[in-house]
Design a protein around this ligand. Structure first.
Ligand code: AMP
Ligand code: ZN
Length: 115
């Protein structure tokens, strides 16, 4: 899928609406429209990258994991009790939107193994 018909590119460029949680020069985060937990936020790079398999920008990867996700989790009040970070990759991984996204899920006890 090219970036021109990618819904998450459109959310990043604000051509599609979203409930924005965080944004900076490189990253956008917004509420998932079908939440799987009381708090369910998606973190995406502005740049169209299909999945972590195509993620070559180490600075961007570190920014998302080291700066953005902990910042958002803290703002959502999830830091103390904990939360889950998931990125689905490809068909068997359950990836439905082919633009890299990290799910932040929290506000309830999580189960393991995941479905
Ligand atoms: P995945 O199955 O890992 O590819 O996750 C895609 C996620 O995107 C799902 O949790 C959907 O509920 C969510 N989603 C799809 N369209 C939108 C949208 N327009 N705004 C916010 N979340 C969306
Ligand atoms: Zn995209």
């Amino acid at each position: 899928m090219s970036s021109s018909d990618c819904i998450f590119c459109k959310i990043a460029s604000k051509d599609l609406p979203s409930e924005l949680v965080y944004e900076d020069k490189h990253v956008v985060a917004f509420s998932d429209t079908t939440p799987q937990a009381p708090k369910h936020v998606l973190v995406i790079p502005r740049e169209h990258v299909e999945s972590i398999m195509e993620l070559s920008d180490k600075e961007l990867a570190a920014h998302i994991l080291v700066d953005v996700i902990p910042h958002i989790a803290t703002n959502l009040g999830l830091a103390e009790k904990g939360f889950r970070v998931v990125t689905n990759v490809g068909e068997q991984g359950g990836q439905t939107v082919k633009h890299l996204h990290f799910h932040i899920l929290g506000g309830r006890d999580m189960q393991w193994p995941p479905g």
